[in-house]
Design a protein around this ligand. Structure first.
Ligand SMILES: [Zn+2]
Length: 373
């Protein structure tokens, strides 16, 4: 083919990491709080609309709500309120063109759409990603320390029937510097006992338990997602460099189960290296794509410096606001499309190769890694 659409507007997409959508109407502080990883706008710093993502909302979402591109934030929020959350969600989700959603169901700060409810908004399909720590905490509430390891394995197998993968949030709890070796059941029992006798909330935050959860997922042959790099204000970013996972990645490679490093920003070049050297490692720059707004092409270009094209996936990591699903897709499509089109213009690759790589990164790699059929 000789014509590569630099917007990749019709590229099929598998969103391999996202969350549910909030269905209620939102006031301005609530909207701004969901727009970024901050708890909300700061009196010292001004509106969160004055940021890359805020400008991107006005550029790309306003026309979907019948406003001119770049409409002021006040006009945008007034139109959003006038249409109501259901209509806004319907319009913005339809504009994403996403076909398949792999949805992390473990983060529920308020009622949000289920996987099937979300997919219905685009006419697509959805599969669940099971959050390991959430299952562990449920089991610990009744298992006692001695019964935990066996009961967790059984419960995870039940929860994973029909799921596409599992996810670890060790990054949020203890950081990513995890040993590679599989902990023994005696070590798991001792760690569970420490947690159950601590008197604190039942919150898994112990390197032994996080490793046990990951290995349990591998035993079920479930692809394992890791939160990596930035996220909300809870995260200690200095403990979330994916290079800290090297020992665990080396130990798990022989099992041949995909390990999927999510977000990665600002360590995406480190993640690209890991994707090159470990056969089972896949990477994305979800969440960063929409937060970087007009700079999204730069982060995609940096990820694709070293990461093999067969190891890079698309994700939005959208949560709550339909705007984030649309920005995740439109900025990904344009960023990747322009990078590939520049390479064609430079004679770095052919248009046919560019189209093939776009299809791999948009959907094909995810279908292979998660065996989506
Ligand atoms: Zn997420």
């Amino acid at each position: 083919m000789s014509d590569l659409d630099p917007d990749l507007a019709a590229l099929p997409l598998v969103d391999h990491h996202c969350h549910g959508l909030v269905r209620r109407d939102l006031d301005r502080p609530e909207f701004e709080a969901m727009l970024t990883e901050a708890a909300g706008p700061s009196a010292l710093g001004g509106s969160l609309f004055d940021s890359q993502i805020g400008f991107a909302v006005r550029r790309w979402c306003a026309p979907v709500l019948d406003l001119p591109a770049h409409a002021p934030a006040d006009d945008y929020l007034a139109r959003r309120a006038e249409l109501g959350a259901d209509e806004v969600n319907r319009r913005l989700m339809a504009a994403t063109g996403t076909q398949t959603f792999l949805l992390d169901t473990g983060y529920l700060p308020e009622p949000i759409t289920t996987p099937n409810e979300l997919a219905a908004l685009t006419g697509g399909t959805a599969r669940e990603i099971v959050r390991l720590e959430a299952v562990a905490q449920d089991v610990l509430a009744s298992s006692g320390a001695a019964g935990f390891a066996a009961q967790f394995r059984a419960q995870l197998a039940r929860r994973c029937a029909g799921a596409a993968g599992v996810k670890s949030i060790a990054a949020y709890r203890v950081g990513l510097e995890l040993e590679g070796t599989r902990p023994t059941d005696a070590e798991v029992t001792a760690a569970a006992d420490r947690l159950l006798t601590s008197g604190g909330p039942l919150r898994v935050a112990d390197p032994v338990l996080h490793r046990f959860l990951v290995w349990s997922g591998i035993d079920l042959r479930m692809p394992v997602q890791f939160h990596v790099g930035y996220g909300d204000a809870d995260v200690d970013l200095h403990r979330c460099d994916p290079l800290l996972l090297t020992d665990l990645l080396r130990a798990t490679e022989p099992a041949g189960v995909p390990m999927l490093l999510l977000h990665n920003y600002p360590f995406h070049r480190h993640a690209g290296f890991l994707a090159q050297v470990f056969g089972h490692v896949f990477v994305d720059v979800g969440l960063a794509t929409h937060n970087l707004g007009s700079r999204a092409p730069a982060i995609l270009a940096e990820l694709l410096e070293l990461a093999p094209f067969g190891k890079v996936l698309f994700s939005s990591d959208a949560f709550g606001l339909a705007e984030l699903y649309l920005l995740g897709t439109v900025l990904f499509r344009r960023g990747l499309g322009r990078l590939l089109a520049e390479g064609v213009a430079d004679d770095a690759w052919t248009a046919a190769d560019a189209a093939r790589v776009a299809e791999m990164i948009g959907a094909g790699n995810a279908r292979r890694a998660y065996r989506l059929g």
